[in-house]
Write a protein that binds this ligand. Sequence first.
Ligand code: NAD
Length: 295
Amino acid sequence: MTRIAFIGLGNMGGPMAANLVKAGHAVSGFDLSEASVKAAAEAGVDASKSLAEAVRDAECVITMLPKGQHVVSVWTDLATLVTEGTLLVDCSTVDVDSARQAHRLAGVMNCPSLDAPVSGGTTGAAAGTLTFMVGGAESAFAAGRPILEAMGKKIVHCGGNGAGQAAKICNNMILGISMIGVAEAFVLAEKLGLSHQALFDVASTSSGQCWSLTTYCPVPGPVPTSPANSDYKPGFAAALMLKDLLLSQEAAAQSGARTPLGAHAAELYRAFENGGHGSEDFSAIIRMLRQTQTS
Ligand code: NAD
């Protein structure tokens, strides 16, 4: 049993904290939203009224917050609140620079730290089947691994500070590009009079096979559990896909990597969000591609 403070009890953090409770850890939780704290308390999390109250006596602090600025701000506040040696873990998806800044703040506090973003969405968070992509020192990883195992089924140590975030944004750049590719193929098939099922049967068993096709198929029918079958209710919202694509483009600009398709995917998802579709599943971009083709 570890005393864990969980900061950020939203769509992801709430169920993740609940799984830590189920695994027998003592979890205190804090969120700016009272409703989120209340929901977490119903799952056995000890509700705190402030960050200070939540992290008091914690052996490990986990943050699951929207953006890099929130993580850096909370980790800055932790400096006066946690004791040396407390393990600090950020599971949010943030830019690599903010992740490294958070690690530097932990270093000043003499606290081991990990960036540990996740893949698997809210379903994976609830089921405890997330994949964690982890950056940080070997010793910090060894300390954090048993805690992460209570929330996920695959824990990958990707390298030093920031390597987890780097893996996350590279993976999601593949995802954004591949979803657009699959959606374009279905739009073309429609124009050519080829049925959705026929394209699926061929592509899913040949070289076009990918997760965007076989798990999140952007047309209803071939994969009954894909969001296309429930009017594109997320799932993984288009606004979050845009956020991750923009993080990849920021990292590409800073590192000098050439990612033309990543840049184009970000442009298309920005147009989709500007059209008022940010809260739809990211596979709904097929609707915009159909319109673009006929206009
Ligand atoms: P969310 O908006 O549901 O939850 C974030 C929570 O952080 C909110 O409840 C908010 O009130 C709280 N918060 C913000 N600032 C705070 C502060 N200073 N102190 C305490 N609480 C604070 O978002 P989410 O969907 O849970 O996503 C969290 C992170 O996980 C994001 O970085 C997101 O990109 C990433 N992520 C989300 C998904 C997904 O499918 N939702 C999948 C993978 C990764």
